[in-house]
Each structure stands twice: as structure tokens, then as C-alpha cells.
Design a protein around this ligand. Sequence first.
Ligand code: DGL
Length: 290
Amino acid sequence: MIGIFDSGFGGLTILKAIRRHLPQYDYLYLGDNARSPYGSRSFEVVYSYTLQAVNYLFGRGCRLVILACNTASAKALRTIQQNDLPYLWEERGEVGDDKRGLERVLGVIRPTVEALAQYTKSGHVGVLATEGTVASESYPIEIAKLFPHISVHQQACPMWVPLIENAEHESAGADYFVGKYLEQILTADERIDTLLLACTHYPLLLPKIETFLSRWTTSNQPDRQIRLLTQGDIVAVSLADYLSRHPSLLPYCGNSGRVEFLTTESEERFARPAAIFMGEEVAARHVELK
Ligand code: DGL
């Protein structure tokens, strides 16, 4: 089984794309909906919640866990990779196990940045993300390492995840907050030609984002072309590549195309919105993280 973790529903946009590209494996999705959103929480809290989730998924037999959450990738991934993996192993009393060292945790920021340069012509990119991801500076730092010629503007969109987690993303009220943040980033740098939705929840707002962009460009800059970038396919392609380079993980990925859903919220509160994200019935099981 491959573990997929997000603070809530957003990681389902990544899971869906991964299953499209790699339908043969088994997946265990965990949404920490009871404690979502993570976006405005401190580094310490996001790190500690993410570590609990990763530990849980490893305990359920996953060898590979994807943090399908930019906020968790920005705030927790590096520390977990560098400091926690050996400790997690020992805590479960598996020292000496011949599979020691096989556990891997991957995030969504690096693969997104690697793919970014092929999309921008002007070399000006806008990053829309949670407050936590923006404050971490993870995107500007990673982009500067790989593509120093690209100029990056970030915009925090603190109301977008709460709108989605509360199923208000299609409401008329959502229009105001979609327009507010987009207007800010579009006017901050008039040469931005690529807008990255750097939060796995945001694809749910795509219809409203597209409508706003087309109205805004028509009345303000009719010649401006703006490309919207979401992360699902980028992460899925990068995962396929990673697995082809790490065949020792394949025996632990399963081979029956099953997917299981876990949530820290109630099963009922998770199942209905999750089914809308996935386009199929979702039966979830409640779990406690600690
Ligand atoms: N889906 C998440 C992300 O990609 C997290 C949002 C949140 O919990 O605030 O950043």
C-alpha cells in the first residue's frame, strides 16, 4: 500500500491523479479532517500532526508515504526525512528487521518545482498557497535553486481551504475571496504568465478561478495569457518515475488497485464530500492520531 496524507480533503486531488497514472497499486488515504486546516498553524504543530500521520501509515504497513499537502511538505517533510525515519522504525520495535531503511516519505513541492520551468515563457510565476506554505518560503527557495532566472510572487489565500472544507467553494460568497487574492497577485507582477495552485485543495475552486481570470484579463489586460497549474498529474508522473528508480519498494505497493480511506473526523462527515472529489462512492473509517 502507498500511504497518501493530507490535512483534509485536498490530497484526494492528488490521489485521484495518482490512481489514473498508477492504477495497479493499493492506496491508503488519511485525511486529518478533524484538525484541518493546517495552513494557519505553527511549524511545530504541523510538524507534530504530520509525524503522527506518517507514523500511523507506516504502522499500517505502508513503506512509502506521500505528503499530498504543500503545508505539511513545507513544514515537516525535511525534518521527518532527516531526523525521524530511524526513530520511527525503532519505536515500533522493528530494529534488525531486514526491511529497515526501506521507508520513504515524499512531498509535493520538489516535483512541482521541477516541472515548473517548462510552463512559463515570461519567467514570472505566481504561487497561490496557504499562509504556512508562503511563510516557509519553500517555493521561492526551491525555485531559486533549480531555476534562478524565474521570478516568483507568492500570495497567501487563507480563506480558500476553509471554504472548501466547509463545502462553500461553489457558493456566491466564495467569489469574493477568489477575486480578492487573484487580483492581488495579478497586480503585484503584471508579467506573471503562470499561476501555480500550490495547495492540493485549490483545484476545487478551478471553475471560479478560471471565470475570474477570464473576466479580469478581458477588462484589464486583454492580451495577457495566464496558465493555471495544478499538481495532481505532476506529482503522479514524478511518483511513477521515483518507483521506476526504486524497484525495492514495489513489493510493498500492493497490486490489486484497492483504495482505503481513513479520516480523523466522523466517517459520515468525510464520506459525502470525499465522494464528490473522487467521483465514486467512498466508505471511510474513523481513526485517532496521537
Ligand atoms: N491541502 C493542503 C496544502 O496543500 C493543506 C491545506 C490546509 O490544511 O490548510 O497545503
